[in-house]
Design a protein around this ligand. Structure first.
Ligand SMILES: C[S@@+](CC[C@H](N)C(=O)[O-])C[C@H]1O[C@@H](n2cnc3c(N)ncnc32)[C@H](O)[C@@H]1O
Length: 269
């Protein structure tokens, strides 16, 4: 029987090994939540200790890939929380677009692509397709591969208006495949938000339903990096329960629930 100290040591060693293997630092994720999630997963897979689990993963590629998927939590759908996308379309985009022929957008932690493709579909009523360029990133290479494929089950499309569904998806072999025109407007790339550098010059950054997993310290660093990556007047769009405490510290102003406008050209930290 392991005592509490052994259990903690076993977990600590595991997250060190994961960091070495994947460069993912689980210490920057909320510990209680992550530990509970991974402990339940390891037990469900039939392992008593994280040591046994790690060793087994090193012998079994599928177990390792399944673990990565479980750890990163990839749940998503098109136009997730539709009312917020309505605000984006009606209130925020018109402000960003004033006087612009094209805008630069980033979907950070994009999972299997539903979020950046939703944005592309929305932008298509403002721009020509060849003028739409969206960067989409995620830490998990498997979800990036699926996003590039652009094949979805019907449930993922439940918030897509039927006119869009008809125009931009092909229904074949039991799934919906997004058309090449939409696919070409999104550039997918693997990126760890907690350790990799960011590009800059964005007018809109969407980062939703991932901040909740990070520690407060990690979030502070991330908000600074997002603010630097935004053009003045650009917007950060976050998920439900991810509101920013004291946004002015990052030269951000909350103009609508979950939408933050970059207020100044220069940062002072
Ligand atoms: C719940 S999904 C959110 C997807 C989409 N943004 C949405 O709101 O529907 C969380 C995504 O965050 C990604 N993720 C987790 N940690 C990350 C990190 N450190 N850097 C980049 N992406 C990360 C996961 O791989 C997963 O695809």
């Amino acid at each position: 029987m392991l005592d509490v100290l052994d259990i903690n040591r076993d977990y600590d060693l595991f997250i060190q090994r994961i960091k070495k293997k994947t460069n993912i630092n689980l210490q920057l994720y909320k510990e209680d939540q992550m530990k509970r999630r991974l402990t339940a997963y390891k037990t469900r897979k039939g392992f008593r200790t994280f040591d046994d689990f790690f060793k087994a993963m090193m012998q079994n590629e599928q177990l390792y890939e399944d673990f990565l998927n479980h750890m990163t939590i990839n749940v998503t759908e098109f136009f997730r929380n539709p009312s917020r996308w309505g605000v984006l379309e009606k209130n925020i985009l018109p402000q960003i677009l004033k006087g612009k022929r094209r805008i630069r957008c980033w979907s950070a932690a994009c999972s299997t692509g539903e979020e950046p493709y939703s944005l592309a579909l929305m932008l298509s009523s403002f721009f020509e397709w060849q003028d739409i360029r969206i960067l989409a990133t995620d830490i998990n290479h498997q979800v990036i591969a699926r996003a590039k494929e652009g094949k979805y089950k019907e449930e993922a499309l439940k918030n897509v208006p039927s006119s869009m569904k008809d125009r931009f998806f092909e229904h074949r072999d039991g799934h919906y495949e997004i058309t090449a025109t939409v696919r070409k407007s999104v550039q997918f790339r693997q990126q760890n938000l907690l350790s990799d550098p960011f590009e800059s010059g964005f007018d809109l950054i969407i980062c939703r339903n991932v901040l909740i997993y990070f520690t407060d310290e990690a979030k502070v660093q991330l908000f600074k990096k997002f603010s630097r990556a935004l053009n003045p007047g650009g917007y950060l769009f976050v998920g439900g329960s991810e509101q920013i405490y004291q946004p002015q510290k990052y030269q951000l102003e909350e103009t609508d629930t979950f939408f933050y406008k970059k207020t100044q050209e220069r940062w002072t930290w």
